[in-house]
Design a protein around this ligand. Structure first.
Ligand code: AHG
Ligand code: MN
Ligand code: MN
Length: 339
């Protein structure tokens, strides 16, 4: 392991330099540093696996009716605890909690709102496949001293920061504050994230798509037509062969797309007509949409830009198409032409 040098840019140094350049303020810098610290703790817990007694079900369900894993609950607690006392946040909201939680009265409240999916891809924990934490930061509205759920309902375009931490063969934090998307790798010996890729760029074109094809019969006709044409390959209307990958951890699928391009799709389907898609707007689609757009990609519901949606509830679900710009635009054309 090379020792850090004057050229090594740690996350702390990166954030301080961003603050000096006037792109973030001290409060947002502290908030991101605390989230990164919480992710380091989650990474340690995840990597212990069976030795840490953290695998398996918690025996509880969340507000979405999903069975919680022990690590879903533990990760949620780690993020809440780490963010409670720093003074930079006004409230937190989580995929695992029915309602948002204002910062306890015992601590000062700051100017930001934090949303998170504490452990994404949790069905993969027990099989030792990459999982992650996704987060999004919004400003708390002016003059609101104790924010409630309604204050979180801001379009993704208003996010001031978004990121994820992937717990894979290495632990990486991928972050945007609206000035590009940058990747940091956890140096476990130093206990610090180190900048390993500045300005990630998603290639505009791709030959790789990610979708759970087992839902095909539940898709709408535009989706059937789009994926049908991808599968037809060189002999079909797209005139090229496509490869397919599906990890079933959004963080891992999006990380691959940020690294080498591709399109990730979780479309609307009528398996459960009450749910417009599976993924959650506030904890998954918006933060990933911002990261992807900041890396030159696109993020859509199939009909409109994800980041422009006005949320109407905290746990709202949306269809998600994101990744290589030209491929997302191609998928959107199938949907718009079908209208
Ligand atoms: P979570 O574990 O936070 O509930 O999210 C799981 C999500 C996402 O990570 C992944 O892309 C998708 O669910 C996989 O869904 P399928 O199991 O339907 O393929
Ligand atoms: Mn998730
Ligand atoms: Mn989750």
């Amino acid at each position: 392991m090379p020792t850090p040098t004057a050229h090594t840019v740690s996350l702390s140094r990166y954030l301080i330099e961003e603050q000096r350049a006037g792109r973030i303020d001290a409060e947002l810098r502290q908030l991101i540093a605390v989230v990164a610290r919480a992710c380091t703790s989650i990474s340690i817990a995840v990597s212990k696996g069976a030795l840490g007694g953290v695998l398996g079900d918690a025996g509880t369900g969340n507000v979405q009716g999903e069975a919680q894993k022990k690590l879903d609950v533990l990760s949620n607690d780690i993020l809440l605890e780490a963010n409670a006392w720093g003074g930079h946040l006004a409230a937190c909201a989580s995929e695992e909690m029915e309602h948002s939680q204002p910062i306890p009265d015992a601590y000062p409240r700051g100017g930001f709102l934090l949303l998170f999916d504490p452990l994404d891809g949790s069905s993969n924990i027990d099989v030792n496949v990459s999982v992650g934490t996704i987060f999004s930061v919004l400003r708390s509205p002016e003059g609101v001293s104790r924010p409630g759920d309604e204050h979180f309902l801001q379009p993704g375009r208003r996010q001031v920061a978004a990121g994820y931490c992937i717990y894979g063969p290495s632990t990486m934090l991928v972050l945007t504050t609206g000035h590009g998307t940058h990747a940091f790798t956890l140096d476990r010996e130093q206990g610090a994230f180190v900048l390993t890729q500045r300005d990630m760029r998603i290639p505009e074109d791709t030959r790789e798509f990610a979708i759970n094809v087992s839902n095909q019969r539940h898709w709408e006709p535009a989706m059937q037509a789009y994926v049908g044409d991808l599968l037809a390959g060189k002999e079909g209307p797209r005139g090229k062969d496509f490869n397919m990958r599906w990890i079933a951890s959004m963080v891992a699928d999006v990380h691959r797309i940020l690294t080498r391009g591709g399109i990730f799709i979780y479309p609307w389907d009528h398996k459960d007509p009450g749910k417009p898609g599976k993924l959650r707007l506030m904890y998954e689609a918006n933060p990933m949409g911002m990261l992807v757009e900041q890396a030159g990609g696109a993020a859509s519901t199939g009909r409109e830009s994800i980041l422009d949606l006005q949320p109407d509830h905290l746990h709202q679900r949306v269809p998600v198409f994101l990744g290589s710009r030209n491929e997302v635009e191609a998928a959107v054309r199938y949907h718009l032409e079908a209208r």
